[in-house]
Write a protein that binds this ligand. Sequence first.
Ligand SMILES: Nc1ncnc2c1ncn2[C@@H]1O[C@H](COP(=O)(O)OP(=O)(O)O)[C@@H](O)[C@H]1O
Ligand SMILES: [Mg+2]
Length: 400
Amino acid sequence: MGGCYSLISSTKVDNSRSSQNYSDPIKPSYSGQSGSGGGDTGNVRRGGEEIYSSNLKAFSFADLRSATRNFRPDSLIGEGGFGYVFKGWIDEQTSTPSKRSSGQIIAVKRLKPEGFQGHKEWLTEVNYLGQLHHPNLVKLIGYCSEGDNRLLVYEYLPKGSLENHLFRRGGQLLPWQTRIKVAIGAARGLSFLHDLESQVIYRDLKTSNILLDMDFNPKLSDFGLAKDGPTGGNTHVSTQVMGTEGYAAPEYIATGRLSSKADVYSFGVVLLELLSGRHAVDKSKSGMEQILVDWAIPYLNSKRKLFRLMDSKLEGQYSKNEALTVANLVLICIENDAKLRPQMSEVLKTLENLHDSNRENASNLYRKQNNDQKQPQRRRTSADVSSSSSKPRSRRSSDV
Ligand SMILES: Nc1ncnc2c1ncn2[C@@H]1O[C@H](COP(=O)(O)OP(=O)(O)O)[C@@H](O)[C@H]1O
Ligand SMILES: [Mg+2]
């Protein structure tokens, strides 16, 4: 289930007095690549606020109620700080509700009725996700704004959240290579946001906001807290502190000064969760152990101690060198001084190198195996015959 530990209060509230208005519609300059999906186009006005949506479908509440079978509890697939998420079905062509197990599967987030702040987050998410398109961002199909009801309709991601995979008891184990794949995809999504001409700060990176498709490709979801980055040579935007305990950067918590380096810090925490299989915050533990970063630093600092931090569920099935590289990456991402943290593009490069060297190792191995197979077959001798008898062979040191 989604975010448990919000800062300031259990709900995500932003009474921002920043120079930028949180609910301001995104300027149309965000055009990005045009997304697919039919439906209503153009700018839609709702109570004086504007939805800039080039490709979003405006759903009726009745249609979404019917697509989710009346928001039945057995359709519930997730809950975050702001909404309940239900699984539903629509017709691919007409986007009208369709029978269960036919048509396109969708995820419908219905905002909890918490008044105007909920509406602001909803509008923020519609405007960002309506215009930003990238393979590592969740695809928003449409929205509904009818009376007090605010809903969002996304592509359905069948593997659910990274949080569920890392922490849910009895969940499918995430092997090391999949963890690296997820880290790379999440880093790509963040780099994309940070490198846009009008930078976007995601502000709520955590395992429950990273969703996984059938092949474990990660997609950032939940753009309710996203914010425009600083402009005109400013180093940060000032805003009320929002985010999630355990993931939010120290300078942002202390001063409300937000820069893309706050996302880098949160990314470091997610990497740490991938390494350790431990929650960013765990209130069931005592003292230092409650906050993952505080507990982990002594282990990250030492090559000798690192294995004590690693997720025991991996049962040692990971490359020590790769784990060490990731641990070093965590350390620079969670630097106290934001200026010392790397850009997301640099983090991405390091992770991709790790991945590429894996591929290189794999293809070297493949080449070696191929060459071995091409070696002329030696004629079988009597010695061979005796060694292939049913008698067990004694194990030599060169045997693997
Ligand atoms: N598109 C989706 N496909 C599958 N599961 C989803 C989808 N969107 C959300 N979920 C599930 O619902 C949870 C809460 O969604 P989220 O958008 O983070 O809500 P909130 O804004 O309330 O935090 C996620 O952690 C995930 O488990
Ligand atoms: Mg969430």
